[in-house]
Design a binder for this molecule. Structure first.
Ligand code: ADP
Ligand code: MG
Length: 367
């Protein structure tokens, strides 16, 4: 009997010949044909919409569908999902509270993925969590740190972290499943993000605006001062809040509405990060309504600085003395980058274009 009836796959519980209990995820028969038909229809529609020009053309529907086609090709490849799980598992060794199930490669192929069975309680099942004696605050802390490590340090994040894909294990660890949607951001793009968030938090709107125009992220027919004012409109309401109430996800959301107003090309990859952040903040807040994201992140950031900065590590303790010190991090990242410049002498491309997305499940295909 399938334990989860998904739109593209079904998951079964099984026992291997070695006696291990596993989850077997199998692609639904006929799913490839269904996708192919749907995509053809979309492509036809997109081509027609683009002919209308104007706003419709700017959104580049055909390009979006082309991305879509690429994603669905990956979507329908469970071997690829297994590879994502295994990469994330390697990275999460550094976060012992966050468990990623092991892949059984001998029983994994394009249409079937076999992984360790998780005997846990879904985070969506709050009553059972409490009954079983779990500490929701501890779980929230683990989740926030694991996500930050993925997004900030590894640049490779699980982009579908809703409560149904997260389990609390009996020993208090969190486990994740469902690696169909992953985001990948390189260091340069992470710096860009840190830089702009830093600008918003400190209220240095003019500087952020200048950076955008210098790097030609914003078409030159726009006015740099107007861009700075738009940034201010996003930053000021947030700056008045206690750190505890600042939502990075909402901040990014405001930022992306600016990119639309100023004709910056659509960036589906960054939207994925923003969406995931909002989702992850939501899951964490549901577990612990009093959670202070920045304080939760502090010990983790401290550790990160220690390992990244090496000989400069002795600064870390003093730097991260207060939560406010979070604002220093963009500078530190810059120093790290100066110390380890990217190979080759090619001029740096705009950071956003370097963000690679590994998405295997379009939203409309989800249950
Ligand atoms: N390793 C596992 N251990 C236990 N249950 C699992 C495991 N993997 C999947 N499941 C169950 O199957 C359901 C669907 O699996 P998931 O990988 O999330 O597929 P989908 O991509 O369709 O959401 C999950 O919500 C969960 O109930
Ligand atoms: Mg799922």
């Amino acid at each position: 009997m399938p334990v989860g009836a998904a739109s593209i796959a079904q998951v079964h519980r099984a026992v291997t010949t070695e006696g291990r209990t596993v989850a077997v995820k199998v692609l639904r028969p006929g799913i490839e044909e269904e996708f192919a038909r749907a995509l053809e229809t979309y492509e036809w529609a997109a081509a027609h919409v683009e002919l209308l020009g104007g706003e419709a053309e700017r959104l580049r529907p055909r390009l979006v569908i082309a991305h879509f086609r690429q994603w669905t090709r990956r979507e329908l490849d469970l071997q690829r999902e297994a590879a994502s799980a295994s990469e994330l598992r390697d990275n999460m060794v550094a976060e012992p509270g966050f468990h990623v199930p092991e892949i059984d490669w001998r029983r994994t192929a394009r249409r079937v993925m076999t992984l360790e069975w998780l005997d846990g309680i879904k985070l969506s099942d709050r009553e059972r969590l409490i009954e079983a004696g779990h500490d929701p605050k501890a779980l929230a802390g683990i989740l926030v740190r694991a996500f930050l490590r993925q997004a900030v340090i590894d640049g490779y994040f699980h982009a579908d972290l809703h409560q149904g894909n997260l389990f609390a294990l009996p020993d208090g660890r969190i486990a994740a499943i469902d690696f169909g949607i992953m985001g990948r951001i390189d260091r340069r793009a992470r710096m860009w993000l840190a830089e702009i968030l830093y600008g918003l938090i400190t209220g240095n709107y003019d500087r952020v605006a200048e950076i955008h125009f210098e790097a030609q992220y914003v078409p030159s027919h726009h006015n740099v001062d107007e861009f700075a004012t738009a940034l201010r409109a996003v930053g000021e309401p947030i700056r008045g809040l206690p750190v505890k109430e600042i939502s990075v996800g909402r901040m990014l959301d405001g930022l992306f509405s600016i990119t639309r107003d100023f004709d910056m090309p659509t960036q589906p990859h960054l939207l994925l990060l923003q969406k995931t952040m909002v989702m992850e903040e939501g899951v964490a807040t549901a577990l612990d309504p009093d959670i202070n994201m920045w304080e939760t992140a502090e010990p983790f950031l401290k550790e990160w600085l220690r390992s990244e900065l090496g000989p400069e590590a002795y600064y870390a303790d003093r730097i991260i003395d207060t939560v406010r010190a979070f604002k220093l991090i963009p500078d530190l990242i810059r120093r790290i980058d100066a110390a380890y410049p990217p190979a080759g002498a090619a001029p740096p491309p705009p950071p956003l274009a370097e963000i690679e997305i590994v998405e295997t499940r379009p939203r409309w295909a989800r249950p």
